[in-house]
Design a protein around this ligand. Structure first.
Ligand SMILES: [Zn+2]
Length: 254
């Protein structure tokens, strides 16, 4: 491979890397949004489950109160019968007071039952509203979720395709000189993902600094692979690469 072919292979490798980087950026937010959706639905479901528990408890409490009230009323009935049979004035008065106190206590239980009924009513209203809201939210988020999953799948497919191209491009560079591949990776890490840049009008298009004429001429002729003296990126002259046949990039070098 000639230096120009190596440069072309590096440029092609860089194009692939830039595309992969863009694709990765495009799907970066997706996993966290998916987790967010799960969390939103999870907390809403939990809230709803909490209210359903409260409803169960309130209904249970109401049944207990009903039972208590019934038992107390039975007691009064029996006492009323006994009262009619009592002869002694003292006993009569004592039992009358007891009956009266129990009747008063029953009024309290009835009050509590009414409060429980209201609580049950309120909980039922709140639960059905929450169920409705959740169904709507779930519908919207489910659509969003499947769209995101689809997007993630499609981007991952594209990345897999780019990765296959990248392997080929790497082989093309390695075929001539693995050293440039390592150099490319090093510069890329240091220079924000851009390791190979074009030159124009005696300037490096990476850092926009001037390139000494002698070096510039070497780059124009493509005699050797050179780097910019300022930003140390690998430099090339675009027109000299444009005329190269690209077939060698596609060749299976492995
Ligand atoms: Zn430069």
């Amino acid at each position: 491979m000639t230096p120009l072919q190596t440069l072309k292979a590096l440029v092609s490798l860089q194009e692939i890397d830039v595309r992969i980087h863009e694709l990765e950026k495009d799907c970066q937010q997706i996993p966290s949004r998916l987790a967010e959706i799960e969390a939103i639905l999870g907390s809403r479901n939990q809230e709803l489950a909490g209210e359903r528990n409260q409803l169960d408890e309130a209904e249970m409490a109401r049944r207990l109160l009903d039972g208590d009230l019934k038992a107390e009323k039975e007691k009064i009935k029996k006492w009323d019968v006994r009262l009619s049979e009592i002869r002694g004035n003292r006993d009569y008065q004592a039992l009358s007071r007891e009956i009266e106190a129990t009747r008063k206590a029953n009024l309290g239980i009835e009050d509590e039952i009414l409060k429980k009924m209201q609580e049950i009513e309120d909980l039922k209203t709140s639960i059905s509203q929450k169920e409705e809201d959740l169904a709507e939210l779930d519908g919207g988020l489910s659509v969003e979720r499947s769209e995101l999953e689809e997007k993630l799948r499609s981007i991952n497919d594209k990345i897999a395709g780019e990765d296959r191209l990248r392997t080929k491009a790497k082989k093309a560079v390695e075929a001539v000189d693995g050293r440039w591949l390592r150099q490319y990776d090093t510069i890329r890490t240091r220079r924000d993902g851009v390791a190979v840049v074009a030159v124009l009008d005696e300037h490096c298009l990476g850092c926009h600094m001037g390139i000494p004429p002698q070096l510039y001429n070497i780059v124009l002729r493509g005699e050797r692979i050179e780097t910019c003296p300022h930003c140390h990126r690998i430099v090339y002259y675009k027109q000299s690469l444009d005329v190269l046949d690209e077939d060698f990039l596609q060749a299976d070098n492995g």
